[in-house]
Write a protein that binds this ligand. Structure first.
Ligand code: NAD
Ligand code: UDP
Length: 352
């Protein structure tokens, strides 16, 4: 069994990925500061594993800590050696992800995302662990590109959050090209993950101000927010509303398992950047109508001005994910809306 460090493993994407990895031949050290998640995720994972297979319950360990704390990360690697299961790879989710907050607090975003990654990399080098799957983002692509976006589309982030992601990719590229090491790196560039595990036991728990469309839909459907404000109805799209590539969180979790398995088997230095999206664009109104129809509810909405920094259309070409990882999305928009709403109904106050 291989041991893997999962940073940010208590978060939305991390928790779903941990669940999938635990059903494979991995032991997980899961590091999180809980700045944007809840320690209660451990109980939920345990409950789910109990339902799947009792034997999987002892295959993970949560550690509370900040990725900027180098000695703490060192301690986790040391501990993995003492426990006779040295960490052989890392999936690096930990980081801050609000575009709006990154505009108001850029230094915080550089410190946590870039600074934290540097600390992590230094310890990985110390322990000769050179396998990493990194959470990158479609946000790094230039707003002038035309969708579908392929991995060689121009990279030109237009906000500090995107800058931090692009710069971490640059750092990983420099490591890969350095002569004296054999780094194996996959940057997964996610599009718009939504939905939840079909059990309704784990899902996205938005904290603070909600910015993204899907959590907002959930809040309006719950009656906590009166109406959805749709940012613009004059975009050059099918119905005038913004188009994005929504992907089921379980499909995204599966992509991480495939990426990690790929790197673990690979013997030579590797650097891959791979889009993870469905390859289909969906407008705000299309998502809203699907949500209403599959969940038999009504979402009041109102058109307002365009949101600053938004683009009309963004969706992925996922040919590389398909050819290299044999990954294809298995869940559709209806599954995303049903599973996401189930999570919301069962957990109106999140994990609390
Ligand atoms: P999330 O906020 O739910 O998960 C991130 C986790 O990292 C949280 O549990 C948080 O507590 C933890 N964390 C933050 N700063 C930390 C620090 N300094 N030390 C230790 N832990 C820390 O977000 P997510 O949606 O699961 O995203 C995971 C990763 O994927 C992030 O890096 C994000 O930028 C990236 N990403 C997300 C999306 C998206 O739409 N959700 C899209 C593209 C990329
Ligand atoms: N959007 C909206 N109202 C909201 C939140 C988002 O109309 O309250 C729109 C937004 O303009 C974009 C789409 O929904 O066209 C997806 O936005 P989100 O923030 O979820 O993803 P991103 O734009 O970061 O890809």
């Amino acid at each position: 069994m291989k041991s893997i460090l999962i940073t940010g493993g208590a978060g939305f994407i991390g928790s779903h990925t941990c669940l999938q990895l635990l059903q494979q031949d991995y032991f997980l050290y899961i590091l999180d500061s809980y700045v944007n998640s809840s320690p209660k995720i451990a109980e939920r994972l345990d409950k789910l594993l109990c339902q799947i297979n009792q034997k999987l319950r002892d295959k993970f360990k949560f550690i509370e800590g900040d990725i900027r704390d180098e000695s703490m990360i060192d301690g986790i690697f040391k501990c993995s050696i003492n426990e006779n299961r040295p960490i052989e790879g890392v999936i690096h989710f930990a980081g801050l992800k609000s575009v709006a907050e990154s505009v108001s607090s850029p230094s915080l975003y550089w410190d946590v995302n870039v600074g934290g990654t540097i600390k992590l990399i230094r310890i990985m080098e110390k322990y000769s662990c050179r396998t990493i799957v990194f959470s990158s983002s479609a946000t790094i692509y230039s707003e002038n590109n035309r969708s579908p976006l392929s991995e060689d589309s121009e990279i030109k982030p237009y906000n500090p959050y995107g800058q931090t992601k692009a710069n971490i990719e640059n750092l990983l590229k420099d490591l890969y090209t350095s002569n004296d090491s054999c780094w194996r790196v996959i940057n997964l560039r996610y599009f718009n993950p939504i939905g939840a595990h079909p059990s309704g036991l784990i899902g996205e728990e938005p904290r603070g101000k909600i910015n993204n469309l899907f959590p907002y839909l959930n809040q309006v459907a719950s009656g906590n927010i009166k109406e959805l404000k749709i940012y613009g109805n004059d975009w050059p799209t099918i119905d005038g509303t913004g188009v994005r590539d929504y992907i089921h969180i379980m499909d995204l979790a599966d992509a991480h398992c495939l990426a990690l398995n790929y790197l673990i088997k690979e013997k030579k230095a590797t650097l891959l950047s791979i889009n993870i999206g469905t390859g289909r664009g969906t407008s705000v109104l299309q998502l809203l109508k699907t949500f209403e129809s599959v969940n038999s509810c009504k979402i009041p909405f109102r058109f307002v001005d365009r949101r600053l920094g938004d683009i009309a259309i963004s969706y992925a070409s996922n040919d590389l994910a398909s050819s290299i990882l044999s990954w294809r999305p298995k869940r559709n928009l209806s599954n995303m809306c049903i599973d996401g709403w189930r999570w919301q109904k069962l957990n109106p106050y999140g994990y609390e």
